[in-house]
Write a protein that binds this ligand. Structure first.
Ligand code: HEM
Length: 499
């Protein structure tokens, strides 16, 4: 019996090697070279690698191919090649945005066929317009800022001595962004729906491969979609321009109501990207007392007015003048970004000296670019909060200019996140409110761990922490009072390095 099993296994392994060999045989020699899986199992090695390492892919060379059966992923981390890819018209993110509607949104075959070409472009373009600085963004930012104040007030009320940073980051973003995007009566006000959204997010990388053995992620998704359906049947007056525009465009474009709800529900990537960015920004800043003090000073001098016990935080001033806070947030993104920009090759094309074949995927991991000493200088591995400040003399590496193509947390041009101004504003507001109102330190008195363990598999731009960070809270006496946010100068724009 044992002999039969061994022979059977040997036959399977030989067959697997044979299959891999045959597929590799048809490669064009000009294509980026194939690499073997780090886990040396034919066919399954790369898949197991993905589930154990997530998107933090091992770097083999400037451009290489990972093949699984007859499918190929081209992977590059070279800024030179990334720049050329950005200019190519036949390398596009659009098919992924469309298939996200099908994989995560479960839209029907019919809607999938309709949501293409002009309609998909129109949908993206209207999203961009609606998220560009303007009166509607001012309103959205104000709503979101006001809800951030409510959440920080709640945190500091009732003599609480401790908070859990990850739990709190999740909640504050769910609520503040919920109010900004969907209005005060947003679907995630209901804790059960907010939790379901989170459970869905945690299962998304599995859903890409149809993997959710317990069905927990699918059940959570169904709950979110039901809530979204209920909400969209009667959109409130204070919903964002973006939400209204997206709904209008898909309905006018011939997508049925049921599928339109589902497409709106896929916007949840707003949460799983923003929450870790906020979490790590708070973490990196609070774990450096001198930096925290300098940021407090900057906000007090540039964006805060105080009359007696009334504090007014000016959003436009925060966006346009608090360059150290912005720099520290961007340095957090640089050092902690773990995402890959996905593209599809629409036609056979030659980029640099490499031939890429139609229909295959292209991945551009940001980390090798963000950690390249030829771009960022010898101190590339160090968190330097001054790296992005406008004054060159304060920058450690004295870099003259950081090119947008070298800083990729919002994606790679021309496909940048349309909500980057909104999300960055939200993080700066919440960070400012916390910095000025509360001292935070690890609850067990052990000091900040600069290398806390991370979760491996998820699809958000910054890795999630493996464990929450329990923190001791001490409200600051000089921040006690009535807090408000105000817009200040209308249509303000943050000068993000990515453009
Ligand atoms: C810190 C928070 C965020 C980060 C780091 C982030 C990052 C990204 C990235 C990397 C992409 C893909 C670009 C590419 O493929 O190269 C993207 C796309 C997108 N993001 Fe964000 N995002 C954030 C917050 C948000 C928020 C708050 C919203 C919505 C309110 C949003 C809406 C979108 C949309 C709609 C797209 C698809 C773009 C298109 O249609 O072309 N994101 N984002």
């Amino acid at each position: 019996m044992i002999r039969e099993v061994i022979v059977g296994l040997a036959a399977v392994v030989l067959l697997a090697y044979g299959i891999e060999f045959v597929f590799a045989w048809f490669d064009d020699p000009r294509e980026p070279p194939r690499v073997k899986p780090t886990i040396p199992i034919p066919i399954l090695g790369h898949v197991i690698g993905f589930f154990s390492m997530g998107l933090r892919i091992t770097i083999f060379s400037e451009f290489y191919t990972i093949g699984v059966l007859n499918f190929k992923f081209y992977i590059t981390h070279s800024p030179r090649i990334t720049n050329q890819l950005a200019k190519s018209k036949v390398v596009s993110v659009r098919p992924f945005l469309r298939s996200a509607g099908r994989i995560h949104g479960t839209i029907s075959e019919e809607a999938y066929a309709t949501f293409d070409g002009h309609l998909a472009d129109h949908f993206s373009d209207r999203t961009k317009d609606a998220m560009a600085p303007g009166p509607h963004m001012d309103e959205q930012n104000l709503r979101m800022g006001q809800e951030s104040v409510v959440e920080v007030d709640a945190l500091l009320s009732g003599n609480r001595k401790e908070m859990k940073l990850w739990e709190w980051s999740k909640n504050v973003i769910m609520q503040a962004m919920g109010v900004g995007l969907f209005g005060r009566e947003h679907p995630f006000k209901d804790k059960e729906i907010a939790d379901a959204m989170w459970t869905w997010d945690e299962h998304r990388s599995g859903h890409i491969f149809g993997f959710d053995p317990t069905g927990k992620g699918y059940a959570a998704r169904a709950k979110v979609m039901e809530a979204m359906k209920k909400y969209l049947q009667n959109v409130p007056e204070d919903a964002s321009q973006m939400l209204r525009e997206r709904q209008r465009v898909v309905l006018e474009g011939g997508i049925g109501e049921e599928d339109a709800y589902k497409l709106q529900a896929t916007l949840s990537n707003a949460y799983f990207n923003t929450i870790p960015t906020l979490y790590w920004t708070i973490y990196e800043i609070y774990s450096r007392p001198a930096l925290l003090e300098a940021i407090r000073e900057e906000i007090r001098n540039k964006a805060l007015t105080q009359v007696g016990e009334d504090f007014h935080l000016n959003i436009a001033a925060l966006q346009t003048t608090c360059s150290l806070l912005l720099s520290a947030m961007q340095e957090t993104q640089r050092i902690r970004h773990a995402q890959v920009a996905f593209r599809m090759v629409l036609e056979d094309v030659t980029i640099d000296r490499y031939r890429l074949k139609k229909g295959y995927h292209l991945h551009m991991p940001a980390k090798p670019v963000h950690w390249d000493p030829s771009i960022w200088g010898a101190h590339v591995n160090h968190f330097d909060p001054y790296r992005f400040v406008p004054e060159i003399e304060k920058r450690p590496a004295r870099i003259q200019k950081i090119l947008p193509s070298n800083f990729l947390p919002w994606g790679a041009a021309p496909w940048l996140c349309p909500a980057r101004q909104f999300a960055a504003t939200e993080i700066m507001i919440i960070m400012a409110l916390l910095a000025l109102r509360v001292d935070l330190a690890p609850a067990d008195g052990s000091g900040w761990d600069h290398e806390p363990p991370l979760k491996k598999v998820e699809i958000s731009s910054l890795a999630h922490p493996k464990l929450d960070a329990p923190l001791r809270m001490n409200p600051r006496q000089d921040g006690v009072g009535n807090w408000k946010v105000e817009i200040g100068k209308s249509k303000a724009r943050i000068v993000l390095t990515s453009g």
